[in-house]
Ligand binder design. Structure first.
Ligand code: DGL
Length: 264
């Protein structure tokens, strides 16, 4: 096994949303050590300019590289769609990104209408537009900005009257179109699935990209001879530049997870 294999996987997001991806990576790659960075102080990224998102993504990447990460998962659709091309060009480690899974939804839709809930930054990005243009022209992609959702989650109001109200509003705009697939294009949103399901019912299939990211991470680690095959107790560090409360809530009691607040 290559010595670098023992180094951790780095993961970053604008906040706690990327922990939904971390969970999939941890399930799928149980031998890997990880370092997660939640840039919650700067959340939401979704309303920021492309330049600002790039600047923050560079800062996050350098933080993780200083911690010796062997590969970086950009566990944020907004940062991926706005910054991953730059990051891949400028840094030597492999990067895994996350993009809304509109392709599988477009292949499987019967009603020819798929809904996507994502941030403004993701929906307006060049990368998302390029992917949308590859979709079969008979399929309509119905876009909805999930305005306010990330802010509420970061504020610890995942289950609240405000959330129910906001979600109902956003989703009803998509339901008008007879969608049969709903793509979640933000890593914070998988935490909303039970509430989304209550509003849209069970006939609409909800898709997110978490497992696909975990599989891709494994593939790229293997290709680069970086997979950790040692079956030892793993360590998982979570750094945040805001309160640790929301991270503690979404991670639950996992003794292998060490959560720390940083001035970052
Ligand atoms: N989790 C981020 C994403 O996947 C949220 C973006 C934001 O902070 O607005 O897009």
């Amino acid at each position: 096994m290559n010595a670098a294999s023992k180094q951790p996987i780095g993961i970053f997001d604008s906040g706690i949303g990327g922990t939904s991806i971390w969970k999939k990576i941890h399930q799928f790659l149980p031998n890997e050590n990880t370092i997660y960075l939640a840039d919650s102080k700067n959340a939401p990224y979704g309303q920021k300019s492309e330049n600002k998102i790039l600047e923050l993504s560079i800062k996050n990447t350098e933080f993780l590289l200083n911690k010796n990460c062997k590969l970086i998962v950009v566990a944020c659709n907004t940062a991926t769609t706005n910054a991953i091309e730059y990051l891949r060009e400028h840094y030597a480690v492999p990067f895994i990104g996350i993009e809304p899974a509109i392709k599988p939804a477009a292949i499987n839709t019967k009603t020819k209408n798929i809904g996507i809930l994502a941030t403004k930054g993701t929906l307006n990005s060049r990368l998302f537009t390029t992917t949308s243009n590859t979709i079969n022209q008979e399929v309509f992609i119905r876009e909805q900005v999930g305005e306010g959702l990330v802010e509420l989650i970061e504020d610890g109001q995942l289950v609240s009257t405000k959330m129910t109200h906001l979600l109902t509003n956003h989703l009803h705009k998509l339901l008008k179109y007879n969608i049969d697939y709903l793509v979640l294009g933000c890593t914070h949103y998988p935490y909303l699935i039970p509430q989304i399901q209550k509003i849209i019912g069970t006939d609409i299939t909800i898709i997110d990209s978490g497992l696909a990211v975990a599989k891709q991470t494994k593939k790229i680690l293997e290709e680069n001879n970086l997979l950790n095959t040692q079956n030892l107790k793993t360590k998982h560090f979570f750094f945040t530049n805001k309160t640790t409360k929301v991270l503690e809530f979404v991670l639950g009691h996992n003794q292998n997870c060490i959560i720390e607040k940083l001035n970052f």
